[in-house]
Design a protein around this ligand. Structure first.
Ligand code: ADP
Ligand code: MG
Length: 390
């Protein structure tokens, strides 16, 4: 029995007055490589990490849904099944997922009218690029499908989480985060084809050779609704149109000569990034994870120079990490702030962490938060059963 699951079950009892029916956990994720390839129908290579969002859940005999979160201490949010898609704020991620699953055919005891009590607690940091949002969506999705006895598959659950974020929260995200949280195998990354949604496990083998991954949150904040992100997506669409391909995923290096200026640079990032994803997969499959480092650093250079989505605080993390023993580093996520991923020998991790904090102080940037993350398996039901106490 996991202590975190037992504690959450207790929190459910305190709040709701009886045992939950089950406790479910879904991990956050980090994308090893494949940045800005998703919206070009290309490949990404995320892995689930050892930080989770947990949901204790129980069905109700009416059409009311209540949800509470230890991370949002503003009291419970209460709604009804027919109002789920009008949820706002943090609860929109969870209630939007339940809405999308019902749209996808989630069965209920009374013709689909089963209400829910949901109690949430997690250790995926919110808004740090580790996808706390998908962890929340996927934990809820697994909880309500499992307890309803639904046979909706994990791809459908992932799409429901994405739909919650797109249509209820209003964030234009792809499916990578939900796919990683639901489909990753322990110790492996997921090579995800964003066109077909086919996934393949790729063993990472980092531990075995003494490597660790650090995620450095620069705390320089980006806003996906800012013009920069939309502008990059638009350039990619324009470049694909100019080349006569469905998406830049289909462009070849030779085709780049047919483009000019900014469009050419944006397309070059996507084309070279696709190639880097495939090289990283080959290196991992050949048991050479240390050689992945230079590909990460090349990804960063491409995001900085061709896609132009880096900022000085991210460049400083990458530079400093490399100067203190990292094998590779790159910005992760959309860019314009956010986090960097560092691949490093375990023995250098502490020094790198200290050095990036010092460098940020010297440069007058916010103090970054450094976290070591380890590969983990996808969402699961916790081995906890009603009646169990600590
Ligand atoms: P990220 O997914 O990178 O952490 P997002 O901005 O996509 O950042 O999602 C963060 C938001 O998700 C939070 O602001 C909050 O609204 C919601 N969220 C995530 N995890 C939780 C949680 N455990 N409890 C309540 N809300 C959460
Ligand atoms: Mg998110």
């Amino acid at each position: 029995m996991s202590a975190a699951a037992a504690e959450l079950a207790q929190a459910f009892r305190d709040a709701v007055g009886h045992d939950p029916e089950g406790v479910f956990a879904a991990p956050g994720r980090v994308n090893l490589i494949g940045e800005h390839t998703d919206h070009n129908e290309g490949h990404v290579l995320p892995f689930a990490i050892d930080r989770h969002c947990r949901v204790a859940a129980g069905r109700r005999a009416d059409d009311v849904v209540t949800i509470r979160s230890a991370q949002e201490p503003g009291g419970p949010v209460e709604t009804t099944l027919d109002a789920l898609h009008r949820a706002t704020g943090w609860s929109a991620y969870a209630l939007g997922t339940l809405w999308a699953l019902r749209e996808a055919g989630l069965p209920g005891d009374r013709g689909g009218d089963t209400g829910w009590d949901l109690v949430v607690a997690g250790d995926v940091p919110l808004g740090s690029g580790l996808s706390s949002s998908a962890a929340l969506e996927c934990a809820v999705a697994l909880a309500v499908t499992d307890l309803s006895g639904s046979d909706l598959d994990r791809h459908t659950l992932a799409r429901a989480g994405r739909r919650a974020e797109n249509d209820v929260v209003g964030a234009p995200v792809g499916i990578m985060d939900q796919a990683a949280s639901l489909l990753c195998r322990d110790g492996a990354a997921l090579l995800l084809d964003c066109r077909t949604l086919e996934g393949q496990d790729v063993a990472l083998g980092l531990d075995e050779v003494g490597l660790v991954t650090l995620v450095v949150d620069t705390r320089v904040r980006h806003d996906l609704t800012d013009g920069g992100y939309a502008d990059r997506r638009a350039s990619c669409v324009a470049a694909a149109e100019a080349l006569g391909v469905p998406a830049l995923r289909d462009a070849t290096p030779e085709m780049l000569d047919r483009l000019e200026g900014t469009e050419r640079k944006r397309a070059r990032h996507v084309v070279t990034e696709q190639a880097r994803v495939h090289r990283v997969v080959e290196l991992l499959r050949a048991g050479r994870p240390a050689d992945v480092g230079p590909e990460l650093t090349a990804s960063h250079a491409s995001l900085r120079d061709d896609f132009e989505v880096s900022v000085p605080a991210l460049d400083a993390v990458v530079e400093t990490a490399l100067a203190h023993g990292a094998l590779g580093a790159r910005l992760v996520g959309g860019g314009f702030g956010g986090s960097a991923l560092v691949l490093a020998p375990a023995r250098t991790a502490e020094e790198i962490g200290e050095a990036v904090v010092r460098r940020a102080a010297d440069d007058g940037h916010p103090e970054p938060v450094v976290r070591e993350v380890h590969p983990a398996g996808g969402a699961r039901r916790e081995p906890w059963t009603p009646g169990e106490r600590h």
